[in-house]
Design a protein around this ligand. Sequence first.
Ligand code: IMP
Length: 182
Amino acid sequence: MADTIVVNNDPFDVYITTDQIRVRVKELAAQIDRDYAGKVPIFIGVLNGSFIFIGDLVREVTVDCEIDFMKLSSYGDAKISSGEVKMVKELNCQVGGRDIIVVEDIVDTGLSVDYIRKHILNENPSSLRFVTLLLKTGIPKIDFSIDYVGFEIPPEFVIGYGLDYAQKLRNLKAVYRQRPHA
Ligand code: IMP
């Protein structure tokens, strides 16, 4: 796999390798297995960015589980959040009385997880936790903690392993970070 890729004349360097991701996903799954022993959680993937992470995560988890997806309005083609979150695809499952684990690709401003938390708590789940592959340090404006974090990263723009650059490059196997401008 290339260590550097160039997108629209912008170089991106490998930041988290596929091996590092694989190891960490297994650790997160083992932790979730321990915490949910004897329960049947519903994993809720937040589309589109979490589709690869949730696929890898649930295949490492061994507790019985269900899987559903929701979709929020995205950044579109912008690299900066518009600050507005809207539901684009609702859940199909009933969350009332269930153990819910929301799966995010990245928590950046925290607006999405904040919105999702309020939305799901409204339906009275038995419990609600969040797992994210990446957490940008310093930025999240949330007054609750993210229960399972793959990697804490500085507030820089990253792509790959589900994360897009103008909807492209989600299929990169590693996470790449935009090289700071000289
Ligand atoms: P938040 O609401 O600002 O926490 O961000 C939510 C969504 O923005 C994530 O689920 C991603 O889809 C997208 N996002 C945030 N940071 C990045 C990034 O560095 N690269 C690509 N997408 C990002």
